[in-house]
Design a protein. Structure first.
Length: 263
C-alpha cells in the first residue's frame, strides 16, 4: 500500500444510507465515506451517543447531512421504530450497511467462553443482523429498490480458537445473506463484505496486538500492511453501487491477501 489516502468518487450522490454501529470504528468511517461520496446518512448507535454525534459532525464537515437513530438491534420493536424514523426523515432508504457486531474482543481463548459472551454475540451478530435485514429489506422491496451490505469477517475462513462463538456468528451471516438475497431478488441485493484486520482504536489497545501479534500478521499478509479502517470503506460501499449490479448473495474479502480463498 503506497498511498493510504483513498480516492473519493460521487457514487452515492442523491442517495440515502444507514450505517449501524456508526459511532465508532469501522462503522463511523463507512458513514463518513458515504457522505463524502454524496449520501445523506443515518448514523445508528445503541449507547455511544457522543460518538454518533461526532460522526454526524464529520458527515456535515464533508458537505452532506444526516440524522442520528438510536436502537438496540437485538429488539425487533426497536428496529421497527428506527426504520420508521429513517423513512420519515428521508422518505426512502437506498443502502443499509449492517456493520454493528460483538467481536468478543476481551476473550483471549476458547476456554474463557461464558454463557453471557455467547448470548451477546448471538443476539447482536445473528439475531440483530437477521432482523435488520428482514425489516429493512421488506420495506426496500415495497419501494422497489435497495441494497444491503452485511459487514462479516474473514474469521470464517480459518475459524477462531480464541472466540469460536464469534466465528460461528459470522458464518451465520452468510446464511442470512444468501437466504435474503434469494428472497429479495431482483429488486434488493444483499451481500457480505469481509474486511481483514484493521487498525481500529479497539485493536490498537489490545495487549496481544501491542506485544507482537501485529508484526506476525503483517509478515503473513502479502500486501504487507494492516490498514486503518478508512482504507477499505470504499470497497465495502462498492457492493451497493451500480457497478456491482449483478452481484447478490456474495461474500467479498478485503484482507490484503491474508486468506486467499477461492476455487
Amino acid at each position: 500500500m503506497t498511498d493510504s489516502t483513498p480516492q473519493i468518487f460521487p457514487r452515492f450522490a442523491g442517495k440515502t444510507v444507514l450505517v449501524t454501529g456508526a459511532g465508532t470504528g469501522f462503522g463511523a468511517e463507512i458513514a463518513v465515506r458515504a457522505a463524502q461520496e454524496g449520501a445523506k446518512v443515518a448514523v445508528h448507535y445503541r449507547s455511544s451517543k457522543a460518538g454518533a454525534e461526532a460522526t454526524l459532525e464529520r458527515i456535515r464537515e464533508a458537505g452532506s447531512d444526516g440524522i442520528l437513530v438510536q436502537a438496540d438491534i437485538g429488539s425487533w420493536d426497536e428496529i421497527k421504530r428506527m426504520a420508521d424514523e429513517v423513512w420519515v426523515a428521508f422518505g426512502t432508504l437506498d443502502v443499509l450497511v449492517n456493520n454493528v457486531g460483538d467481536v468478543s474482543s476481551e476473550q483471549m481463548n476458547w476456554d474463557e467462553l461464558t454463557q453471557e459472551a455467547l448470548d451477546a454475540v448471538i443476539d447482536i451478530d445473528v439475531k440483530g443482523t437477521l432482523l435488520m435485514t428482514h425489516e429493512f429489506g421488506e420495506r426496500m422491496l415495497k419501494q422497489g429498490h435497495g441494497n444491503i451490505v452485511q459487514v462479516g469477517s474473514t474469521v470464517i475462513v480459518r475459524g477462531s480458537a480464541r472466540a469460536p462463538q464469534y466465528a460461528a456468528a459470522k458464518y451465520a451471516i452468510l446464511g442470512i445473506t444468501k437466504s435474503y438475497a434469494k428472497a429479495f431478488a431482483p429488486a434488493v441485493r444483499v451481500n457480505t463484505f469481509a474486511p481483514g484486520f484493521m487498525e481500529t482504536e479497539r485493536l490498537l489497545n489490545r495487549e496481544d496486538w501491542k506485544s507482537g501479534r501485529r508484526e506476525v500478521l503483517i509478515s503473513q499478509t502479502p500486501m504487507g500492511v494492516i490498514p486503518p479502517p478508512e482504507f477499505v470503506t470504499g470497497a465495502c460501499l462498492w457492493l451497493a453501487t451500480d457497478e456491482a449490479a449483478h452481484l447478490t448473495g456474495g461474500y467479498m474479502l478485503a484482507d490484503g491477501g491474508f486468506n486467499m480463498v477461492g476455487a
